[in-house]
Design a protein around this ligand. Sequence first.
Ligand SMILES: [Zn+2]
Length: 311
Amino acid sequence: MTTAYLTHPDALSHQTPAGHPEQIARMTAIASALNAPEFAGLMRLDAPLGTEDQLLLCHPEQYISRIRKALPAAGIYQLDADTHVSPGSMNAALRGVGGACQAVNLVMEGTAQNAFVGLRPPGHHAERATPMGFCLFGTVAIAACHAMERHGLQRVAVVDFDVHHGNGTQDLLWDEQRAFFVSSHQMPLWPGTGKAEERGAFSNVMNIPLPPGTDGASFRRIYEDMVLPQLDRFAPELVLVSAGFDAHRDDPLAQLELLEDDFAWVTGALCDIAARHCAGRLVSVLEGGYDLDALGRSVAAHIRVLMEKGA
Ligand SMILES: [Zn+2]
């Protein structure tokens, strides 16, 4: 089988102010990294627009229309200190939602072994009715609910290794017994949530706060000792990944010390979990990653492993 890569040019039409770390150039950096000949075998697909029904899996109707109405006719409108919308933002965000749900369909139907959804804005900070931290809709949580509703899954794992706590995903899956959400993140760091005591309504949430300066060796040990055994116990029918690459040593927004090799390692470990429990079915969704060079190299390292494991 094969690795699917879903993206869309609409991701280039979500604008943020000059100097904002969540910038259009992130997409260009990823595209040029994936131009290398080793990625010729990717199944490259245009992400479809997400539907209203998909958004409604996680967000109330009033919230969706509030975001729609906030889009300016021109220029950029500020939703909060970090989060902005421009005329193209709704379509960009909808490509993320549609791409993630389509990726779930592809791996569930056996068209692809695994998939990477490379779009922006990211999604894991958006709560049920609050945009936050560059994010408008909870893409990965929507994909998890889509897997349950459309494909009838009873056990979906969501693993978030972005350097920031996936507060939005936690909010959206807090009382969802069919989901197991794991987030590893730097603490202290914005948004300030993600303490180990936050466990979900059914002990279905696992937070792993990491001190600033945590390096790849410690990160791997923590995954080996704490995260992977819990995932094995949960025995997922599908593994979803919130793949943020801002835990990289070169990233300007945080102080973890991971390198491309560490992202490759954790990707391999999660693919192995998927291989043991669900025939390798894994969908990875881009979240953060703000040093453009490190982002390109890290996404390449991540996809290289997806392709090896999916071959
Ligand atoms: Zn982040």
